[in-house]
Design a protein around this ligand. Structure first.
Ligand code: GRF
Length: 204
């Protein structure tokens, strides 16, 4: 039998997606094992969640490294040691350099709270809301060196009604994220994703 895919989840903040992924793993819905949580922020609530579920946390504060390259080299070293097959960015507020992307090309996923390519960047929900968009959503995509620009795996849309509040919209979007990310990881783990000409095909 094929060994289970070993996953590292990268976080910086609240970690609600991390918790949803751990719950999916426990329910047998991930078809992968979350071996490691990588966190760049010692105050992140994600660390509390990881501890609650007894997940190992690798805390890597960039300021303790001489350069970005040294920081990413240390990450790669830990990931190799842990035989990580998939890197899952879940609210990781740091842009990975081409060095890191090259080492794990095709094996890094990100979740973004808009229908990419609309509203890239760190404030996607607020940007879509303030823009007056009628529809927004969630995107799970492969990570490349282009910010929020890699091949799209799954998307779900949400309507923004006339009386919607920003808080209400955020809550709706997070709820969708917590279902969509485990689904994407499961597809990856089952080798059902292939990329051709930047487009992702989901094999049946
Ligand atoms: C999510 O909205 C995700 O789409 C974005 O960052 C947020 C992380 O939230 N990339 P959490 O830390 O998982 O609660």
């Amino acid at each position: 039998m094929k060994p289970k895919l070993r996953v590292a989840v990268f976080v910086s903040g609240s970690g609600s997606n991390l918790e949803a992924l751990i719950r999916a793993e426990r329910a047998g819905r991930l078809k992968a094992e979350i071996v490691l949580v990588v966190c760049d922020n010692p105050d992140a609530y994600a660390i509390v969640r990881a501890n609650k579920f007894e997940k190992s946390v690798f805390l890597c504060e960039p300021k303790t490294f001489g350069s970005r390259e040294d920081f990413e080299k240390a990450l790669v070293e830990v990931l190799k040691k842990e035989k990580i097959g998939l890197v899952v960015l879940a609210g990781f507020m740091r842009i990975l350099t081409p060095y890191f992307v090259n080492v794990y090309r095709g094996r890094i996923l990100n979740i973004h709270p808009s229908l990419l390519p609309a509203f890239p960047g760190a404030h996607a929900i607020r940007d879509a809301f303030q823009h007056g968009a009628k529809v927004t959503g969630i995107t799970v995509h492969f990570v490349t060196e282009h910010l929020d620009g890699g091949p799209i795996i799954l998307q779900r849309s949400v309507e923004i009604g006339p009386y919607e509040t920003l808080e209400g919209l955020e809550a709706k979007l997070h709820k969708i994220e917590h279902k969509l990310y485990p689904e994407a990881i499961r597809l990856f783990a089952k080798d059902r994703l292939s990329i051709r000409n930047r487009k992702v095909t989901i094999e049946r």
